[in-house]
Design a protein around this ligand. Structure first.
Ligand SMILES: *Cc1c(COP(=O)(O)O)cnc(C)c1O
Length: 369
């Protein structure tokens, strides 16, 4: 069925079209990396870090980062049970073991207390995913990391525009990754970025992303190790350049959409939207509505009502541990419980206030049926 209101879609202007056409017309031969280098420079400056590597996806950036950290067989990586599958796949590809812990019921992000409890002598990384744009409690995670000498890494795929105490998320941990998939706040169609202040991780990721060819290798076609290839194309990067030039506008529009929904739902105490903790900025990639336990409203009921009215709603991430590849961890009660009574609401840049009103009216009606 074709939807009248999509749940997410990018904001594309003449600028993106112009840069993409220029890349398609002229960006070949000696110029075939120009937009890629420009994109990396602009993004690096935006986040405020030393190094950035553009990639074909966030999943790829994350795989490179974990490999550059030396994550391998038998190592344990702690992450929240409520997550997109991309946050665990590279851990498995590297033969490491994911340790799923519960989320905080307010932020929906990884619970620092649960992280500390899950640490063992095999723990090699703590993964902070800023879910739906909500910033993780980086201060607490970093002190745990420091205490046990374990790097904290950030998946900021959903958090362009989000800030934790004045710092852009993704640029705080050992390394951070971003996604420019078509559903995200900023897009290249497909694309990603790895950022870090750690020169070793940067250089290692560069080598790994070039099939293991050394940075200063003079010998042609010579690899020093088996690597990967998660490169972005110049045409995709051209679109990314336009988007990063517009990033403030893209993020403020997302924040405006969240603010509008908050206003529309302000009298409904049985429903809670993304939390904005004071001192932080929520980039508001995706608006999620969590229905209270007492309300009895389920994700299925909400999704169906939206669908019947031509509106595309999406489920809150299922607990990864509920999938067949893993063992259930039902003790992660928040992760297991919140996904059953949450729904992602349409929140793309170009939706009108009228569209938002329509969505809100349908959601409000669910409480009375
Ligand atoms: C979208 C997303 C990814 C993956 O991004 P791709 O660019 O599709 O690889 C990873 N983590 C989170 C939290 C995401 O939302």
């Amino acid at each position: 069925m074709s939807m009248r209101i999509d749940y997410t879609r990018p904001s594309i202007t003449e600028l993106e079209v112009e840069y993409a056409m220029d890349a398609a017309r002229n960006g070949w031969g000696r110029k075939c990396y120009d937009y890629i280098y420009k994109f990396e420079d602009l993004f690096r400056d935006h986040i405020g870090v030393k190094y950035a590597v553009a990639t074909s996806s966030c999943t790829g950036a994350y795989h490179l980062g974990l490999a550059a950290l030396g994550i391998g067989e038998g190592d344990e990586v702690i992450l929240a049970d409520s997550n997109w599958i991309a946050t665990v796949a590279p851990v498995i590809h590297l033969r490491a073991k994911p340790i799923f812990v519960d989320i905080d019921p307010v932020s929906w992000c990884i619970c620092p207390k649960a992280v500390e409890k899950a640490i063992t002598p095999k723990t090699r990384a703590i993964l902070a995913v800023h879910l739906y744009g909500n910033p993780c409690e980086m201060g607490k995670l970093l002190s745990i990391g420091q205490k046990y000498q374990i790097p904290v890494i950030e998946d900021a795929a959903e958090a362009v525009g989000s800030m934790y105490r004045g710092q852009r998320v993704g640029g705080i941990g050992e390394f951070g990754v971003y996604s420019f998939h078509g559903t995200k706040t900023m897009t290249c169609g497909e694309g990603g970025m790895l950022v870090t202040n750690n020169q070793h991780i940067y250089e290692k990721a560069m080598v790994l992303n070039n099939h293991g060819r050394g940075l200063n290798e003079k010998k042609q076609f010579w690899s020093e190790s088996i690597g990967y290839k998660y490169k972005i194309s110049n045409i995709q990067a051209a679109i990314g350049c336009a988007q990063i030039e517009r990033v403030d506008e893209l993020v403020s529009r997302k924040i405006e959409i969240l603010t509008n929904y908050k206003e529309l739902f302000k009298d409904i105490s049985e429903l809670r939207l993304n939390e904005e903790q004071s001192g932080n900025v929520n980039g508001a990639w995706m608006v999620n509505a969590e229905f209270s336990k007492q309300s009895g409203v389920t994700r299925g009921k909400a999704i169906n009502s939206l669908k019947e009215n031509g509106i595309d709603g999406r489920v809150f991430f299922y607990p990864l541990s509920s999938m067949d590849m893993f063992e259930d961890r039902k003790e992660n009660t928040n992760a297991w419980d919140i996904s059953g009574r949450s729904v992602n609401l349409p929140s793309y840049h170009d939706m009108t206030l009228n569209d938002q009103q329509l969505v809100a009216d349908i959601i409000k009606k669910i409480f009375n049926t």
